[in-house]
Design a protein around this ligand. Structure first.
Ligand SMILES: Cc1cc2nc3c(=O)[nH]c(=O)nc-3n(C[C@H](O)[C@H](O)[C@H](O)COP(=O)(O)OP(=O)(O)OC[C@H]3O[C@@H](n4cnc5c(N)ncnc54)[C@H](O)[C@@H]3O)c2cc1C
Length: 521
């Protein structure tokens, strides 16, 4: 996937795209793949990097949402479980089955959650993972050796999917690009073009080259996450905001805090929240929160009360209490929830997706979750076909393989997320053995991966490599800062940049990554 090729496609003279998409997160990337797979011409513009927003900051679960079952939203759970099954088939290199243990500290929790999880299994039907079952206290401790044993009576184990969110985003961008779409990062939509009051294109600022150009389109999709209201106001200055922003944070701990393969799921903490502690890339992710916010940004930061909540509750359910200095990284993400009432209680707002069409024909896609991105895309492209007067074509993505698809296990753990591309990265090392060196002693990543990111995954900055092509920023923020000079050097060579660019990149990345270090008083 080369940026120059996509730029040429987007700027082709007299081109009118069938579908133009603004926003390169799960929603926009899914829509690009769906439209391109149907045979429509597509261009997607992302103001930063693919998955820079919420789509790289999730809990990394491909799940039906046990919580929504508790809320009685069976249709949402059913749809998500169906999509969980499809994604497991379509991207087996990135999605795997993960066991979750609900530890029970009261006699009634065993039957209560046991029955709930059986319903969950039933809803998944043919696409189900392994069935849930009750655990004795002994079995619970065998699966989670570090679970708090005081007052523990037993547990329930169930299965859901786990994935790497930003790696899936990159693979979706590659899939769409291979189907002929123009997929551009660092291109911001700065205006809408209208003919007879109908949206007929977008104005784009190519931030990397500092140039502006106009792209004409039969349909325009606003998939900008928590920014959708900004685009809607660009379209209709009087438009009322539809988004309530809810922040969720996670902390990342060394694997020793949760040494087995199973995750912990606490359906209801003392203050009624859901808490997960999940093994991920040989580390443990603990979260999350649901904090209503009045503002939104591309780099949200955890609030003090959120940090306290997650750390205190991690201590409550783990025998070994994590301290601030144990936290390797802390990251925050913003849920774009569609408002109901005054939007003050975001935990109660729908996690379902919404498609809203403005008077001028701008199609806004928002809400939903990573797990359901494919179904969201299918629904929004049906709308785009109708509004744009496009030929109606059948959706192709239900069983379409995503770039990197393979069922073969990778011979090197650090290359597993690349799927079938792992072999090509190994070829780079065969050609140039020094690329087998790691970028940092405490990180699993090799220099050849950075070369690959620049050549084939449209990485343009040190942050693109350390935050989203690899997950160094989330796994160990301090080590990632130390790795920045090595990464900048390789990128500068690959992208023909000078020493000034290299120094600027290291400085910018360091400033960003310092925000992922848990404050120690
Ligand atoms: C804490 C948390 C945990 C979650 N955990 C899970 C989970 O485990 N499983 C799950 O299925 N879902 C989960 N979700 C939900 C899921 O992450 C989101 O639903 C999904 O990522 C939203 O994707 P999006 O594309 O709509 O938004 P985003 O990913 O935010 O993408 C929008 C993009 O639009 C771009 N943009 C904005 N304005 C412009 C412009 N003018 N021009 C060009 N580009 C622009 C932004 O830069 C951004 O990259 C979680 C969410 C949160 C917050």
């Amino acid at each position: 996937m080369k940026r120059s090729i996509s730029l040429d496609r987007a700027q082709a003279a007299d081109k009118v795209f069938d579908v133009v998409i603004i926003g390169g997160g799960a929603s926009g990337l899914g829509a690009a793949v769906d439209a391109a797979a149907r045979g429509h011409s597509v261009a997607l513009f992302e103001q930063a990097d693919f998955a820079k927003g919420t789509s790289s900051r999730s809990t990394k679960l491909v799940h039906g949402g046990v919580r929504y079952l508790q809320q009685g939203n069976v249709s949402l759970v059913l749809e998500a479980l169906r999509e969980r099954g499809r994604l497991t088939q379509n991207a087996p290199h990135l999605v795997h089955s993960q066991s979750f243990v609900i530890p029970n500290y009261s006699w009634w929790e065993g039957p209560f959650y046991g029955i709930g999880m059986k319903v969950y299994d039933q809803l998944a039907g043919k696409l189900g993972l392994s069935p849930s079952r009750h655990l004795s206290k002994k079995e619970t401790v065998e699966l989670i050796p570090t679970v708090e044993q005081n007052k523990l009576v037993g547990g329930v184990v169930y299965h859901d999917g786990q994935f790497d969110d930003s790696r899936l985003a990159v693979n979706l961008a590659q899939t769409a690009e291979e189907l002929g779409a123009a997929m551009l990062n660092y291109c911001r939509c700065v205006g809408l073009v209208k003919e007879n009051d109908v949206v007929s294109g977008v104005q784009i600022h190519d931030i990397e080259n500092d140039t502006k150009f106009t792209v004409r389109a039969k349909s325009v999709i606003n998939a900008t996450g928590v920014f959708v209201d900004d685009l809607r106001k660009m379209d209709e200055p009087q438009a009322k905001g539809i988004i309530a922003v809810s922040q969720g944070i996670h902390i990342v701990l060394p694997k020793s805090f949760l040494p087995g393969n199973a995750a912990i799921m606490i359906p209801k903490t003392a203050d009624g929240r859901v808490l997960f502690a999940v093994p991920w890339h040989d580390h443990v992710i603990v979260g999350t929160t649901d904090t209503p916010l009045d503002s939104h940004s591309l780099e949200p930061r955890a609030l003090e009360e959120e940090r306290d909540f997650v750390l205190t509750h991690a201590c409550k359910y783990l025998t070994k209490d994590p301290k601030p200095e144990d936290v390797l990284s802390i990251f925050a993400g913003l849920r774009p929830l569609v408002k109901a009432g005054d939007g003050s209680d975001t935990a109660a707002l729908s996690r379902d997706h919404s498609i809203i069409v403005s008077g001028s024909g701008l199609i806004t896609l928002t809400g939903g979750k990573w797990t359901t991105y494919r179904k969201m895309a299918e629904d929004v492209i049906e709308q785009a076909e109708t509004l744009g007067g496009l030929e109606h074509k059948r959706c192709q993505t239900e069983d379409m393989q995503i770039h990197g698809w393979t069922r073969a296990a990778a011979s090197q753990a650090n290359l597993a997320s690349y799927g079938s591309d792992a072999l090509r990265i190994q070829d780079l090392i065969k050609e140039q053995p020094e690329l087998g060196e790691k970028v940092h002693a405490q990180l699993p990543y090799q220099q050849a991966e950075v070369v690959w990111h620049a050549r084939e995954e449209m990485a343009r900055t040190v942050e693109d490599v350390l935050a989203r092509r690899t997950r160094a920023l989330l796994l160990n923020a301090r080590a990632s800062i130390e790795a920045a000079p090595a990464v900048a050097k390789i990128l500068a060579k690959e992208l023909s940049r000078d020493a000034t660019w290299e120094a600027e990149q290291i400085k910018a990345y360091t400033e960003l990554a310092e925000g992922y270090i848990f404050p120690i008083d």
